[in-house]
Design a protein around this ligand. Structure first.
Ligand SMILES: NC(=O)c1ccc[n+]([C@@H]2O[C@H](COP(=O)([O-])OP(=O)(O)OC[C@H]3O[C@@H](n4cnc5c(N)ncnc54)[C@H](OP(=O)(O)O)[C@@H]3O)[C@@H](O)[C@H]2O)c1
Length: 268
């Protein structure tokens, strides 16, 4: 299936590893131009080299940017560099690292604020500042895709910070989809379940330190809870994301797509 995104431009936040980088790879394979960002210069440059090797695309199709998504001015600057380089912005993927684990007695107010900044405010600011650029592309292709978590549908006991900030993103996305629909800009969220990335390794290490359970046992538990009885791959996640970003998803907006191998147990 031709996704209709060859020659279109995507900005993907939090893309030096994991799910963001996997989406960049999938879009490059479809012929898109991608601007990727993360906080660390060495890591984002390494990702750009890796993406070029993996996809065989010209180096000029990738723009690697240092941008902390909790910094509004850095986001503004990153979008300006993107449209200067590629001429337009058609697809925005909001993303960042996950917040720490912890339950109510473990988390002070400043930890709560940092998590809200990292996962909720960054999403709002990325979307807010991308919209003027996306409006210029809306006659052709304009998509916003927000990466949240299965925790937005089914809270995870040790992940209070994620459970709360992701639910906020879902409310924001639905509100925005209602407003931007008339302008032909779609807004969707994608909710990963347990997917093998650096973040998942850190999560299992953190649970291992807190509980003494082995990493293998923790990961086997996650797998057992899903209908497909396994953890997902980055590629499986990225395929679903690329579809929602594509021209083929033109009548889909305001949707929360869970990509979790059947881990969430609700009917809808
Ligand atoms: N993998 C899973 O199973 C899973 C499940 C549910 C939800 N999620 C959520 O999905 C998101 C992506 O997960 P992942 O597994 O891909 O994580 P990951 O492998 O740790 O990647 C996170 C990426 O975000 C970047 N980043 C972190 N903080 C940033 C910031 N303030 N500004 C810009 N970039 C930032 C990191 O690079 P730098 O360190 O260089 O900035 C890295 O490129 C996370 O929010 C995670 O909690 C993941």
């Amino acid at each position: 299936m031709d996704l209709g995104i060859s020659g279109k431009t995507a900005f993907i936040a939090g893309a030096s590893s994991g799910l963001g980088r996997a989406i960049a790879k999938e879009l490059l394979l479809e012929g898109s131009h991608v601007a990727i960002c993360s906080r660390r210069e060495d890591r984002i440059q390494e990702a750009a080299t890796w993406l070029q090797q993996q996809t065989g695309c010209p180096a000029s199709n990738i723009l690697a940017l240092v941008c902390d998504v909790t910094d509004e001015n850095a986001i503004k600057n990153a979008f300006e560099q993107t449209v200067t380089r590629f001429g337009a912005l058609h697809m925005l993927v909001t993303n960042a690292g996950g917040p720490p684990t912890g339950q109510i007695d473990d988390l002070d107010a400043s930890t709560w604020r940092s998590a809200i900044e990292l996962n909720l405010m960054s999403t709002i600011n990325l979307a807010r500042l991308a919209i003027p650029h996306l409006r210029k592309s809306a006659h052709d292709l304009a998509r916003i895709l927000m990466i949240t978590s299965l925790a937005a549908k089914q809270p995870v006991p040790s992940l209070y910070l994620s459970n709360v900030s992701r639910a906020g993103v879902q409310g924001f996305a639905k509100s925005l989809s209602e407003q931007l629909g008339a302008e032909n800009i779609t807004v969707n969220t994608i909710l990963p379940g347990y997917t093998k990335t650096d973040r998942l390794s850190h999560l299992s290490e953190s649970i291992n330190e807190q509980t003494g359970r082995s990493i293998e046992d923790i990961e086997a538990g996650w797998a057992a809870n899903s209908a497909l009885k396994r953890i997902g791959t980055e590629e499986e996640f990225a395929s679903a994301a690329a579809f929602l970003l594509s021209k083929k998803a033109s009548f889909i907006t305001g949707v929360a797509l869970v990509v979790d191998g059947g881990a969430v147990k609700s009917l809808l």
